[in-house]
Design a protein. Structure first.
Length: 68
């Protein structure tokens, strides 16, 4: 609870990123390490790339599973 109360100070000294920066970094890292994607320059591009990778894997997995 003390850490939660210290959020403004922790954010002010730069130990926590902004929410959109964190989400972009998280999507980008998941896309790179799980799907072998590329780096992106914006939050929208990171989300689009991550969702496209998930859809592609789901379609290919469905086709392979259906071929059994």
């Amino acid at each position: 609870i003390v850490f939660t109360l210290c959020f403004p100070i922790v954010f002010f000294i730069g130990l926590l990123p902004q929410v959109n920066t964190f989400v972009m970094y998280l999507c980008e890292q998941l896309d790179i390490h799980i799907f072998g994607g590329n780096a992106t320059t914006s939050l929208l591009a990171a989300l689009y790339s991550f969702i496209c990778s998930i859809v592609a894997v789901a379609l290919l997995y469905g086709l392979c599973y259906g071929a059994l």
